[in-house]
Design a binder for this molecule. Structure first.
Ligand code: SF4
Ligand code: SF4
Length: 469
């Protein structure tokens, strides 16, 4: 398997042109800044010229002396001053203006990402610069075993299959899994003809009793002294928000030490796309049809993760496959918390079949649902309160999201206004909760506008260690 590399990203919308990054770079490198902030096409906008550490670098190709070379270990294109003949061809070869020239000595200056701690990123006051660990999932987990067999019978482009494969690869073999009736067992996780599609112990509770059965399993493992087993559910929204809710609520109230993952595709999709408690207002489903007498669902969705915070769970979070690193980090925290109390992870999961969207648009829908605040990303613990892990400010209008989804195709302007008002109301409530939460330690704080989670209490490996011993 190949390797992916970390990189410095730039969000033009957040840059105010202060130039602090250039000052920091030139101080750190003792010469011209390797990053340039230049005026953008629109008045008051800014762009950056910075080395992208390209996979197929043109600067390396055009260099006649072999002074530039890409390091296969960290992906950084390095510059060897002793080989450079100062022709400056590389600066012409780079389409991104990514190689600076230090005019005082007429030599190139090349970004080396400051050994993984870029000086420019550290000083940027607006979060326009971010050092993204873009390759971490691929590098750390790509080679780990997929704990579901190939050939599960999910619909083409099924986001729930993506969630279960990623979640279980992250969680690993030391787990016992419950998959109550829904799409996940429907696609074969509990098997066909006596053969299971899951490589860890899996059982198929009723739609109503998943959290109760998990409670018993955890107590069994506690009794025999096994502290290393993640006892968890991958359940649909129907089995969580509706007929399974009493069991979920009871287990959360008792503080049962389990991980409950709700895969929310906003309906009972495997049995004919009926509405559930989390189906949003206005949605077409087979039981909330669109016609002369009805224009989709007439009630608002339950905000189930918010309801779970009222149970004072050890951990509650929302996640999306549109923001995979956020999801992976929350899985870490959710697993650790499940050894201390009830841990609830709510993952949004567009259903190409039931939502009437092309399977190629599923991840776009995931991203836009977050970026429009339709499904804001946040996390909560019963000791540190609530915090957003993706900025809810500067959100797209919700119309940008719903217009790509077929189940909202019929919406009237009034219905759309209702949805936008509901989204605004939910975000305002979450912001109030976040405002009342103590700030995370400064060292863990995410930069403004960052989608990178921060603020975990103890380090996660440490917590996992504590939890399992
Ligand atoms: S300036 Fe140096 S690094 Fe750039 S192309 Fe010429 S020899 Fe290569
Ligand atoms: S420090 Fe940040 S905000 Fe200031 S110019 Fe650089 S990228 Fe833009």
């Amino acid at each position: 398997m190949g390797v992916a590399f970390d990189s410095i990203s730039f969000k033009a919308s957040l840059c105010d042109g202060c130039g602090d990054c250039m000052t920091a770079c030139s101080q750190a490198k003792g010469g011209a800044s390797r990053i340039s902030i230049v005026p953008g096409a629109k008045a008051g906008s800014f762009e950056t010229a910075l080395c992208r550490q390209c996979g197929d670098p043109k600067c390396v190709q055009v260099c006649p002396s072999g002074a530039l070379d890409k390091d296969g270990g960290n992906g950084i294109i390095g510059w060897d001053a002793s080989k450079c003949v100062d022709c400056l061809l590389c600066t012409a070869g780079c389409a991104y203006g990514g190689i600076a020239v230090d005019e005082s000595v007429a030599r190139v200056g090349k970004c080396d990402q400051c050994d993984g701690d870029p000086a420019c990123v550290k000083v940027c006051p607006t979060g326009a610069l971010e050092f993204r660990k873009a390759g971490s999932i691929f590098n750390e987990y790509g080679a780990k075993e997929d704990l579901f067999v190939p050939g599960l019978s999910g619909c083409q482009g099924c986001n729930s299959e993506l969630i279960m494969r990623h979640a279980m690869r992250k969680i690993g073999r030391n787990s016992v899994l419950a998959t109550p009736p829904g799409c996940i067992p429907g696609m074969g996780s509990v098997g066909y003809n006596g053969k299971t599609g899951t490589k860890v112990p899996v059982f198929h509770p009723l739609l109503t009793n998943t959290a109760s059965m998990l409670s018993g399993i955890r107590r069994y493992y506690d009794r025999i002294g096994r502290k290393d087993i993640v006892v968890m559910a991958l359940a649909g929204d129907g089995g969580t928000a509706d007929c399974g809710f009493h069991a979920v609520s009871g287990a959360a109230e008792r503080g049962e030490k389990v991980l409950y993952v709700c895969v929310d595709n906003e309906g009972y999709m495997n049995t004919g796309m009926q509405r559930s408690g989390t189906t949003p207002y206005g949605s077409w489903t087979s039981t909330t049809p669109v016609g002369e007498h009805m224009q989709g669902k007439t009630q608002d969705a339950k905000n189930l993760p918010l309801i779970m915070t009222a149970h004072k769970c050890r951990y509650v979070a929302t996640a999306s496959t549109g923001y995979m690193e956020d999801l992976y980090e929350k899985l870490d925290r959710a697993i650790a918390a499940s050894f201390e109390g009830f841990s609830y992870l709510h993952i949004y999961s567009p259903c190409p079949t039931g939502w009437r969207i092309p399977s190629s648009k599923v991840i776009d829908a995931c991203r836009l649902s977050v970026d429009s605040n339709f499904n804001p990303l946040w996390e909560y613990t019963n000791t540190s309160g609530l915090r957003f892990t993706h900025s809810p400010d500067n959100a797209h209008p919700v119309s940008a999201y719903v217009k790509m989804i077929g189940k909202y195709r019929h919406l009237s302007p009034d219905q759309l206004a209702h949805i936008q008002a509901k989204v605004d109301e939910q975000v305002a409530l979450l912001k109030l909760m976040a405002a009342e939460s103590p700030p995370p330690p400064a060292a863990h704080r995410a930069p403004a506008g960052s989608s990178t989670p921060a603020g975990a209490e103890p380090s996660q490996p440490a917590r996992r260690e504590i939890a399992r011993n």
